[in-house]
Design a protein around this ligand. Structure first.
Ligand code: GCU
Ligand code: CA
Length: 501
């Protein structure tokens, strides 16, 4: 979400856009104020329970509605004057299925079947925005689920009431407050491809996904297949605003250019089965928390499908103010990452105070001795610390090599000269006071729990991907690995926690 100050600035700065369709007509906004209505605060009601067991909510809790159609969350909001309001609903849906709800204003359906898509976790909160006409004074806004799954967990409404439309404004198409409309930098319809000629750096990107007039199914990715938003379904009239920070570098994928160097500037792609975009802005980001990734092919921004590194999916879990800068590169070991001028020597001077540097090696340290491995990692750790950065060791994700129902030693990164690389990282972490995310143990548990057959989908399969590879991930597998890294970030309480979505 933008801050109130930013939003008011946007309202005044944005070019107005013409809309058609009587349901969404609104006058130009003369002034706007945002008021927050928490789901746990009376007179709001919740057909379920107010809970606080999933972190990240605002106020003292959220409404966990009963899993029944019609089990609603209702808010009472006050409008100083009659007019169109922008209603931002903050919610979390830890399932992968949409939990649609009708939005009723003063008892009448203003919008049917607004989408509340999966947010990745019950602790991952997202905001979806709808517009509706309010009366002067008190109004009820009721979110009433239309399926047996019930509502997503509902945190609050942010209601922004504009000036009332003049009588003539409702009779013909007129102008509206944000979303600002699709910019000229975008071309095509499926996918919609947008290109901004900006220099390397970090940028705040605001995307309004959805359309006032028609339903959509839209995903958002940037640069070298970096995922920002998985495909989301939006009903006609529902527009969801996403604000993210994006790292632009050249080459845009792997730092050594393996797989291609991409296009200079920032490319943003909206795909999905029916991409809908109602606005897109790009601004330089001031001083974001940067999460640098130092790693190999299982981490990197893979230019070419079907390959996917977990660092390529991690941005789907990060909101504006923090940004992933992925310096992962295929084939790199702890030693080559240090010595190759495109890698550590390029990344190191960019590190600023309190930035996080996640360091994952092992796959290509096949014949590295324990002392060399520890030495390489110690060099990286001390150089990151010398820049004021915070190093974090990430043990390597397992390969899919089963011996019966369990993974073998090679899968668990015991290398060719008998060094248990993850064990070295754990002990180095404790002796140097470096937090360790044990992705080896987490991915071992995941892969073994899925079993020898079912775990194939995490990696590349001939039947689906045209190649068999039990080291590299499918997009699905990379997403599961990113989830495990996020779990580790929470367990270690790293500063990124406050930016997780
Ligand atoms: C879980 C979750 C709840 C959520 C519920 C649901 O129980 O902890 O917060 O509301 O699923 O599916 O609705
Ligand atoms: Ca529930």
């Amino acid at each position: 979400m933008l801050s109130r100050r930013q939003r008011v600035a946007l309202l005044s700065a944005c070019a107005a856009v013409a809309v058609t369709g009587a349901a969404v007509l609104t006058a130009a906004v003369a002034s706007a104020a945002v008021t927050r209505y928490e789901a746990e605060t009376s007179p709001a009601t919740c057909d379920g329970v107010i809970e606080s067991n999933h972190t990240g909510y605002s106020g003292s809790g959220f409404c966990n509605g009963n899993n029944t159609a019609g089990a609603a969350a209702q808010f009472t909001v006050t409008a100083s004057a009659a007019g169109t309001a922008t209603i931002a609903v903050r919610y979390a849906n830890g399932t992968t299925a949409n939990r649609p709800a009708d939005v009723l204003v003063n008892g009448a359906v203003a919008l049917s079947g607004a989408a509340f898509n999966g947010t990745g976790a019950w602790t991952a909160w997202a905001t979806t925005t709808v517009t509706a006409s309010l009366n002067a004074g008190s109004n009820t806004i009721r979110l009433s689920p239309t399926t047996a799954a019930g509502l997503a967990n509902i945190d609050y409404l942010d209601v922004e009431v504009g000036a009332s439309p003049s009588p003539s404004a409702t009779a013909s198409p007129t102008t509206t407050s944000p979303p600002p409309g699709r910019p000229s930098q975008c071309t095509g319809s499926s996918p919609i491809t947008c290109h901004f000629a900006v220099s390397p750096g970090n940028y705040t990107v605001t995307a309004w996904i959805g359309d006032r007039a028609s339903a959509g199914n839209t995903s958002m990715s940037v640069e070298a297949r970096r995922r920002i938003v998985p495909a989301v379904t939006t009903a006609a009239g529902t527009i969801t605003q996403y604000v993210v920070t994006i790292n632009v570098r050249q080459p845009e994928g792997q730092p050594t250019g393996q797989g291609g160097t991409g296009t200079s500037g920032l490319t943003i792609t909206f795909a999905g089965s029916a991409p809908k975009l109602s606005g897109l802005t790009v601004q330089a980001a001031s001083n974001p928390l940067v999460v640098y990734l130092a790693g190999d092919s299982t981490v990197c921004d893979q230019m070419i499908a079907p390959y996917a590194g977990w660092g390529q999916i991690l941005p789907t879990r990060v909101s504006a103010g923090a940004v992933v800068a992925n310096y992962g590169d295929s084939g790199e070991s702890s030693g080559s990452f240090l010595s190759n001028s495109a890698l550590f020597p390029t990344m190191r001077p960019l590190i600023r105070s309190n930035d996080l540097v996640l360091i994952q090696f092992g796959h290509n340290d096949k014949s590295t001795t324990a002392s060399t491995f520890r030495g390489n990692l110690t060099t990286m750790i001390s150089q990151v610390r010398a820049r004021g950065g915070i190093p974090v060791l990430v043990t390597p994700p397992v390969r899919r090599r089963f011996d019966g129902n369990q993974l073998d030693a090679t899968a668990l990164h015991v290398n060719g000269v008998g060094v248990n690389l993850p064990a070295e990282m754990r002990s180095l972490g404790s002796s140097l006071g470096v937090p360790v995310i044990d992705l080896t143990a987490k991915s071992e548990a995941l892969v073994e729990s899925m079993g020898p057959t079912n775990s194939a989908q995490l990696y590349l399969r001939q039947s689906v991907d045209g190649v068999t590879d039990n080291t590299h991930f499918s997009e699905y597998g990379a997403g599961r690995m990113a989830d495990l890294v996020v779990q580790g970030i929470r367990e270690r309480n790293l500063s990124l926690v406050s930016y997780l979505r």
